[in-house]
Design a protein around this ligand. Sequence first.
Ligand SMILES: C[S@@+](CC[C@H](N)C(=O)[O-])C[C@H]1O[C@@H](n2cnc3c(N)ncnc32)[C@H](O)[C@@H]1O
Length: 203
Amino acid sequence: MKTGEWNARYRSGERAAEDLDAAPTPLLIETALRLKPGRALDLASGAGRNALWLAEHSWTVTAVDAAEAAIEILRGRAMARGVAVDARVADLEQGEFDIGISSWDLIAICYYLQRNLLAPAKQGVVPGGILLVIVHITDPGEEPTTHRLRPGELKNYFAGWEILHSYEGKPGDAAHQRCVAEIVARRPVDMRVPPQQESKPGL
Ligand SMILES: C[S@@+](CC[C@H](N)C(=O)[O-])C[C@H]1O[C@@H](n2cnc3c(N)ncnc32)[C@H](O)[C@@H]1O
């Protein structure tokens, strides 16, 4: 979907169960509850179900989404709940947001696939920090697409990282039905892996 279509979807509220009324994703909650709150980045945050939960649980949160409508909703919700979220409109495909290097204790990418975002996201996590990714995967017989990874593909991006959780199958998230790949991985504290090597999946 293009950004204009996402804006129209958020403004109309036509998929409220997935977008506006959706509870925070259970994997994000389980993961964050095991961590000491720090700096969190929610990429392709949508209307902020996960960013808001993190902010309410003592994390310092930045949320990024290309859809202005989503970010407007997120800002309104943050204000209504009395929490701070640094919410930014930025197109990640166009490189409009600089994740930075070793800048975040937790980065979450939930239900958004952009293969070339995984390397900068990995570099953006502090050593010892966590990257959580949930993406849709293909059904048997389907070819991978820009929106769906093939089964087994996600793990290949995390060679050398400590895998805390890896799962493929039906999502444990009421807002979604299609099969997913999930990963929660910890960046090694040992910094000897050169960044250019680290950015290549499968190494
Ligand atoms: C399925 S929603 C997921 C929202 C949120 N992560 C969640 O789990 O509820 C996908 C989000 O990706 C955003 N998105 C799509 N393309 C994007 C891009 N190029 N840059 C940033 N966000 C984008 C959409 O606006 C939408 O909010």
